[in-house]
Design a binder for this molecule. Structure first.
Ligand code: SF4
Ligand code: SF4
Length: 661
């Protein structure tokens, strides 16, 4: 083929492949532009860090070494091999055309050879994992498509190596063959005659056709994530992982108000990119406590279901303003899936492409609860109690400070001088008998250390967290505004909370409503008091395993403080899953008040604690206290469950305030 003919053929192929790609990319872009607003501006340094570590460094994938290496070989390989595509485009037109400078570097030829091999190793290992190991996490993924893509990638790399090998055989290389040891070894299979010349043309064109075919196929396949993942990571959350985006109920045009996600047209643009970014790797499914205990919910299938519906109905919405998309629930996901979630965030933390499953689920709940009044009956009881009694236990507010009887705890009255620290007790520790023990212990410890603190007593209302996680954003916002008003009028500046759910709401969500306070968890304050010598417990020998609460460890990175307390009073033993990779107790996302179907999450976690052989299971959350105490009883364990504050109080004063269990 002459140079002119080759150029013409190349232009034709580029136009076809580029056209197919551009047509699909345009549709996807229009879909994203259809999405509702979500503010993801600012925090540029944090976003750059995420790109560097999560995308380039493949940080999340390396949480599992072998699959991480497999993916990294392929991903880094494609970054390194990218210039070879341009070289092939030039070389396909004329044999001695290549990239200026880079195309003449021996070291780059070496790099290309090395990464060709690494990509092939990656592809072979991926096949091994998929076909031989067959991990559960791929259940429900498009496996055939993944196989095709892997073969395609192998084809791209093999044709590249073939092209380089034939060039070496024909003496077209301008640097010593030693720079390309793999291609050089392969070149032995070829002579230097016309057959090799034809093969050299064949390889370069086959390589280009595979690359351009891949480009055209990419946005139509699950490997769309190659285009969207870096974008999704860039726009991922930079603020606390435990914070939910507030809905804006103040917009004047009621029809423009968002009440969560009813159809694909209600999803935010970030949520749309989320669905386009899922690689179907199943890492989220692997860590999901609902899935692990046999529930219908799989965070992977949830995202895939939303994506399928977006792709099925999004184009129709774009084409016809009058088109009415169908409800996401139950068409894309079932009601049970929506209510199975405990908002533990394990999926979000694990996801390598920054998909925010919890936001999707809460948005689905928001629509079901606020628009359709469709939710599990027991959740309705809780919501009614929160609305009527200002706490999900439905107890009179007048009893809120009863836990402190006989402790001489100051109840802050309107107009009084604010304390150094406000102790936010929370509904659980105010009303639940077992959780009240924690409140008493915490108060006694603060008194023993001489901390100037007070409680709000009956002026403290539910933070609104259970209502919010259940989907009732309206009730949540009423309580957020009321509590912020109370605390701002009281001049509160610092809060200690013993409930991680309250802690998360006060620290991360109340700033959206004008409540800016220094918020610490009681384990953090107690650790500080220990460090200052204001609390001096006796060292103990009991073995203690500590259960990380999701809202403390995973959502808010409080890991060391409770462990410091445990190590001061006993011998710590870690559970198999701990720290940010902890396993939920089963109470989050309003599940403290919902019936759990099938196997119980709290029992699964209790078994894990018992397996450590520890005598005591320490917790730092009133919900975990109740759930795990129940779990241990149900599985017949001997383990004692107690809050770290209670254990610390006992270590100070053996006749302390008592324990759960
Ligand atoms: S937040 Fe937890 S329970 Fe909900 S989908 Fe994710 S891993 Fe599963
Ligand atoms: S949501 Fe994330 S972790 Fe789950 S399958 Fe998709 S890419 Fe993997």
């Amino acid at each position: 083929m002459t140079t002119a003919l080759s150029a013409l053929a190349l232009v034709a192929v580029l136009v076809v492949a580029g056209g197919v790609f551009a047509r699909r990319a345009l549709l996807l872009t229009r879909l994203v532009r259809l999405g509702k607003p979500s503010d993801r501006s600012g925090d540029v340094p944090a976003r750059i860090r995420s790109e560097a570590t999560v995308v380039l460094g493949q940080r999340k994938l390396f949480q599992r070494l072998v699959p991480g290496l497999v993916h990294a070989f392929i991903f880094w390989g494609f970054l390194v091999l990218f210039p070879t595509i341009v070289m092939a485009l030039l070389g396909a037109v004329k044999k001695d055309w290549t990239l200026p400078w880079l195309g003449h570097q021996g070291w780059f030829a070496l790099l290309v050879d090395v990464f060709c091999v690494l990509v092939l190793v990656g592809v072979a290992s991926a096949f091994w994992i998929r076909k031989v190991q067959r991990p559960e996490r791929f259940k429900g993924s498009h496996k055939g498509e993944a196989d095709l893509i892997l073969l395609w990638i192998a084809g791209i790399v093999l044709t590249l190596l073939g092209w380089h090998a034939t060039r070496i055989a024909l003496g077209l290389n301008e640097y010593p063959a030693g720079w390309s040891p793999v291609s050089d070894a392969l070149s032995d299979a070829f002579g230097d005659g016309s057959a090799t010349e034809a093969l050299e043309r064949g390889f370069v064109w086959a390589h280009l056709l595979l690359v351009l075919g891949f480009l055209a196929y990419l946005p139509h396949s699950k490997h769309l994530h190659i285009m969207t993942a870096a974008v999704n990571v860039w726009f991922g959350r930079t603020r606390s992982r435990g914070r939910l985006e507030p809905l804006d109920f103040t917009v004047e045009d009621e029809s423009a108000m968002r009440f969560g996600s009813a159809t694909v047209a209600d999803m935010t643009w970030k949520q749309m990119i989320d669905t386009m970014s899922c690689t179907e790797c199943g890492r989220c499914q692997d860590v999901c406590p609902a899935y692990a205990t046999g529930k219908e919910l799989s965070p992977k299938l949830l995202i895939m279901g939303l994506r399928d519906q977006l792709f099925a109905e999004g184009p129709k919405v774009l084409a016809d303003e009058a088109f009415q998309p169908s409800p996401l629930v139950p068409n894309a996901v079932s009601d049970d899936v929506v209510w199975d979630c405990v908002t533990c965030g394990a999926c979000v933390r694990e996801c390598p492409v920054a998909i925010e499953h919890v936001d999707h689920i809460v948005d689905l709940r928001r629509h079901l609860v606020m628009v359709e009044s469709r939710f599990p009956a027991e959740g309705g009881t809780m919501l009614r109690d929160v609305e009527r009694s200002q706490n999900p236990w439905g107890k009179p507010q007048a009893e809120r400070a009863d836990w402190a009887d006989g402790l001489d705890v100051r109840v802050l009255q309107p107009g009084e001088t604010p304390p150094e620290v406000l102790y936010w007790v929370g509904c659980a520790a105010s009303f639940d008998e077992r959780a009240r023990v924690t409140a008493r212990s915490t108060a006694q410890l603060l008194q023993a250390a001489g901390v100037d603190f007070a409680i709000l007593g009956p002026r403290e209302c539910c933070t609104g967290d259970p209502a919010r996680r259940m989907g009732n954003e309206y009730t949540y916002q009423s309580y957020a505004e009321q509590n912020v008003k109370t605390m701002n009028e009281a001049g509160v500046t610092k809060i200690v909370a013993s409930c991680p759910h309250c802690f998360n709401t006060l620290a991360n969500e109340y700033p959206d409503f004008g409540g800016a306070y220094e918020v610490v968890h009681h384990t953090e304050l107690l650790t500080q008091l220990l460090a200052e010598g204001r609390l001096q417990p006796a060292a103990g020998t009991a073995t203690i395993t500590y259960h990380d609460s999701c809202y403390l460890a995973r959502h808010n990175d409080v890991l060391e403080a409770p462990r410091e307390i445990v190590s001061r009073i006993g011998t710590p033993l870690e559970m198999a899953r701990s720290g940010r990779r902890t396993f939920c107790c089963g109470a989050g996302g309003a599940h403290m008040w919902l019936e759990e179907r099938g196997n119980q999450i709290n029992e699964a976690r209790a078994r894990e604690a018992i397996e450590t052989g520890a005598e005591t299971l320490a917790v730092a959350c009133p919900f975990c206290t109740v759930m795990l105490d129940d779990g241990v009883r149900q599985v017949g364990g001997e383990l004692r469950v107690a809050d770290v504050a209670t254990l610390l109080a006992e270590a100070l004063e053996p006749s302390g305030p008592g324990v759960a269990g």
